[in-house]
Design a protein around this ligand. Structure first.
Ligand code: ADE
Length: 224
């Protein structure tokens, strides 16, 4: 899978995508993330990519021309399954959306800044608008990193057995059960005996019950 990210701050995305599981995805050739600095399509030698908004009001708006040129150049090189704009007024990302996106081959993600991007780019190029939650970040880059991470770890071959996404929270509309590691007894706080039983059926049942119990107390909305 290949993800092209259009941003005015590529540096902000370099580090988060170059560690741990995302690094492994890249090294295994399963995920290629290409960062594109929007300023290379700026309207003038000053690198301008934003301008005042029509109708007045505080805050700059990212201009049509640099974004249109960036998108058109990328589209001339390959076809894209989705052109995603990350914005607080988009659909809130969830595991189902991450699962669907992980099945695609090529994605573009556009990171907004300031007041956002000119509406005409949203109307004519963007195919999906995603938010990562009901709060406002100072730019779309961190949201894009969250989206890429949530997708990248689902690509077949990225996770190994121990980190398998099958048992993640949300994967069956349930939160994940509690987990324990050595020692069996830490300051008198003991690991639930069933986990030491060696009986896979009992362990599975216990995990399912715990997941159900946690979900019904913490996130009953998921069970509806
Ligand atoms: N840009 C700014 N805030 C955002 C959010 N919550 N989700 C996605 N993109 C954003």
């Amino acid at each position: 899978m290949r993800i092209d990210i259009i941003t005015v701050l590529p540096e902000l995305l370099e580090s988060p995508l170059d560690h741990s599981i995302m690094k492994r995805a890249k090294e295994k050739g399963l995920l290629e993330v290409c960062l594109h600095n929007l300023r290379q399509w700026a309207v003038n030698a000053y690198g301008q990519v934003d301008d005042y908004q029509y109708g007045g009001g505080a805050g700059m708006v990212m201009m049509c021309e640099p974004l249109a040129k960036a998108i058109e150049q990328l589209k001339s090189e390959r076809s894209y399954d989705e052109i995603i704009y990350v914005t607080p007024d988009g659909t809130t990302l969830n595991q189902g959306i991450a699962n669907q996106l992980s099945l695609k081959d090529n994605l573009i993600i556009i990171c907004g800044h300031y007041k956002g991007i000119d509406q005409r780019i949203r109307d004519h190029y963007v195919t999906k608008e995603l938010s990562i939650g009901d709060y406002v970040l100072s730019g779309g880059e961190l949201a894009a990193a969250v989206i890429v991470d949530s997708i990248g770890r689902l690509l077949p071959g990225v996770l190994n057995d121990e980190t398998s996404a099958l048992f993640d929270s949300f994967q069956d509309n349930m939160l994940a059960p509690p987990v324990y590691t050595r020692p069996e007894d830490f300051r008198g706080w003991k690991v639930p005996p069933v986990l030491l039983s060696g009986n896979p059926k009992l362990i599975d049942d216990w995990r399912y019950e715990e997941a159900y119990r946690l979900t019904s107390t913490k996130r009953p909305d998921l069970l509806k």
